[in-house]
Design a protein around this ligand. Structure first.
Ligand code: CUK
Ligand code: CUA
Ligand code: CA
Length: 635
């Protein structure tokens, strides 16, 4: 049954929100199947059955294999790149658990089709996106499970996903800017702000009168309020903005800039040997907003502050050359900027920022190391034990290095700060460690996200999968343990211990995601939980029906040709996993209705005749029979 050589078996913790009946069941099977293994771990409440790693308790690297019926120890939240979605994976198995549509259309759930999702998507009409940076909200530097935020570079948006139902609930278009790229959350005292970098400089006003007055172009750093999802303020910067991160005091956020040159062409943006890190002084910015020291741009009411060089709101630290990632170490002492066109990383000591803003030290005095790692450093992750892991895009390697030793070497001591270089396949961008962007970095696994897979998988034509590799970093050596093909294009991910994620099994009938639909029903005098009714309002028809496996509350209804029909389905099932669907054949509509959820979809009944509708989420032995007819009477 269970092979004792499988050292990866996930830890089971009864404190754990995910330790459901299912897990307890698995544990019983486990106990029955392999009593010998229980010796060390004990059967006690909260005990770990087996070490998930620490180089799998010295017996060699962990395995990515998680047995049938066993649960993963971590959630991974993966950016879906220009697919516009977010994906949820289990780690270490790397099994894909769920897809969360955000900026895209999703035929399965009806995202982009239902009225509820259209309300979230707003009326920009854009159903494409380019997601790079998923980050979870935090309280005091720990993941709090509440929200996951994601950027859309393609349409300058920021979205929020609710941690409890794992659905997108808010999308904000950032005004006055183009291409939201870097995104991170304020870590301390809690995620009040989501920091969003707009990458491309642009004219202001951007009214079509000018193209080449590029010295007047600028871009801005935006603070999105995590609760309201409104933009609280924007700060104009010199240069452009690439990636961003925040510190562990709540006082500072900082962003890399690869185009300090302000160029609009490739050669121009590589001219300078150094670009910079721009540091934002949150307290001073908030005070300036409060004191009314801001302007606005165009139609937007968002306070805009000038943080260009010379401003007391910002500081600019020169960094070589076209730096890309900026990553704060879990202890909060250091942050690392990754050189990209320079083979170096630059280490900032964050407690020096106060002195910098007080004018006591110079910008470069905040740099405590600038050391060479290899070619094309892009992003750095941390294990919480003093080691950093930097992706080397051009070398196709992950470089493990010791931060304190790098500082010593920079100060002239003869120490080797490079611990190990591991080949990855091929050309890594982001990487991420388990819990590594929080105070709880546990140094178990590293994910390295490769842009190219080349020969690693069966080929599927000219377009290749990417390759997300799982590495056991719990011991002295990094060991590659899994190759995971992924569809376009996970720039970044984050890995959250399952104890931090608390999801609902059923919808709350008061869930705000369908509050507008509930209000509409109320105005129509309809009780969604009991009524099956057709309400006519001119040529608008609202069809309210319930559903309980395996039938809809209404197996037929009649409308007139040309009517605008809104079908509202309420799933009265109370059983976990009994999701229904609603598809009206030949009308381009379908949707998910999970237990206790209400969902609605609107279409024009333009084809006279009988039209079948059916349930398209398999729900019951008689799922095929869950269907009904709409008669459209000829006009
Ligand atoms: S970026 Cu893509 S690899 Cu958009 Cu965070 Cu670095
Ligand atoms: Cu209801 Cu399938
Ligand atoms: Ca540059």
């Amino acid at each position: 049954m269970i092979n004792p050589k499988d050292k990866h078996l996930p830890k089971i913790d009864t404190e754990d929100a995910q330790a459901s009946e299912h897990v307890k069941m698995s544990r019983r099977l486990f106990l029955g199947g392999s009593a010998a293994l229980m010796g060390a771990a004990g059967a006690g409440v909260g005990a770990s059955l087996l070490p998930a790693t620490a180089q799998a308790a010295k017996g060699g690297p962990a395995s990515a294999h998680v047995g049938p019926g066993e649960l993963d120890e971590y959630y991974g939240f993966w950016s879906g790149g220009h697919s516009g979605e977010v994906r949820v994976l289990g780690l270490p198995s790397m099994r894909e658990l769920m897809r969360i549509p955000v900026f895209n259309t999703d035929s399965a759930t009806g995202w982009g089709i239902t009225n509820e999702s259209k309300e979230v998507l707003g009326n920009t009409g854009h159903l494409n996106g380019d997601c790079h940076h998923p980050h979870m909200s935090m309280t005091d530097g720990h993941y709090d499970g509440k929200y996951i935020f994601i950027n859309d570079k393609a349409n300058s948006r920021v979205a929020r996903i609710r941690g409890d139902i794992m659905k997108t609930d808010k999308i904000t278009t950032i005004p006055n800017v183009q291409a939201i790229h870097g995104l991170r959350v304020q870590k301390v005292p809690h995620t009040k702000y989501v920091f969003a970098n707009a990458e491309f400089r642009m004219p202001h006003p951007n009214d079509g009168s000018e193209m080449d007055a590029i010295d007047k172009y600028f871009t801005m750093f935006s603070a999105v309020n995590a609760e309201t999802m409104e933009v609280d303020w924007q700060v104009i910067v010199d240069g452009n903005l690439d990636n961003t991160d925040a510190d562990y005091t709540g006082k500072y956020a900082f962003s890399t800039c690869y185009n300090s040159e302000g160029a609009v062409d490739l050669a121009g943006s590589m001219r300078a040997e150094r670009d910079h890190l721009v540091i934002f002084n949150i307290e001073r910015i908030e005070a300036a907003v409060k004191a009314g020291k801001f302007t606005t741009l165009g139609d937007s009411k968002v306070p805009v502050l000038d943080g260009r060089k010379g401003s007391e709101l910002t500081a600019y630290v020169p960094v070589p050359k076209n730096p890309h990632g900026i990553n704060t170490a879990p202890g909060g002492k250091y942050a690392v900027a990754n050189g990209k066109l320079s083979p170096t990383v630059t280490v900032f000591q964050l407690d020096k920022f106060d002195a910098l803003f007080e004018g006591k030290i110079k910008p470069r005095d905040t740099v405590v190391a600038e050391v060479e790692l290899g070619l094309g450093p892009l992003h750095t992750a941390f294990d919480g034990r003093g080691n950093a892991y930097t992706t080397l895009f051009i070398d196709s390697q992950v470089c493990k290095w010791d931060v304190e030793k790098a500082i010593k070497a920079y100060n002239g001591e003869k120490v080797n700060y490079i611990v190990q270089k591991l080949d990855v396949h091929y050309q890594p961008g982001h990487n991420h460690t388990t819990m590594g962007e929080t105070r709880d970095a546990d140094g178990k696994y590293l994910i390295s996200l490769q842009k190219f897979s080349k020969d690693r998988f069966l080929q599927c034509g000219p377009l290749h999968a990417e390759n997300d590799q799982l590495i056991d970093i719990s011991g002295d050596e990094m060991v590659l343990i899994h190759d995971g093909p992924t569809y376009a294009e996970p720039h970044d991910c984050m890995i959250v211990h399952r104890s931090k994620v608390k999801t609902r099994k059923l919808y709350d009938r008061k869930d705000p995601t369908f509050a507008s639909t509930v209000a509409m029903a109320k105005a129509d005098g309809v009780n969604l939980e009991t009524d099956n009714k057709v309400i006519r309002d001119g040529n608008k028809v609202r069809v309210y029906m319930t559903s309980v496996a395996p039938s809809y509350g209404m197996d037929k209804f009649t409308v007139k040709q040309g009517d605008e029909v809104t079908v509202v389905v309420t799933n009265l099932d109370q059983i976990e996993d009994v999701t229904h669907g609603f598809c009206m054949v030949n009308h381009g509509v379908q949707m998910e209705i999970s237990p206790q959820q209400t969902a609605s979809v609107t279409f024009v009944a333009d084809q006279p005749g009988v039209h079948w509708y059916y349930c398209n989420w398999f729900c019951h032995a008689l799922h095929m029979e869950m269907r009904g007819r709409m008669l459209v009477e000829k006009a």
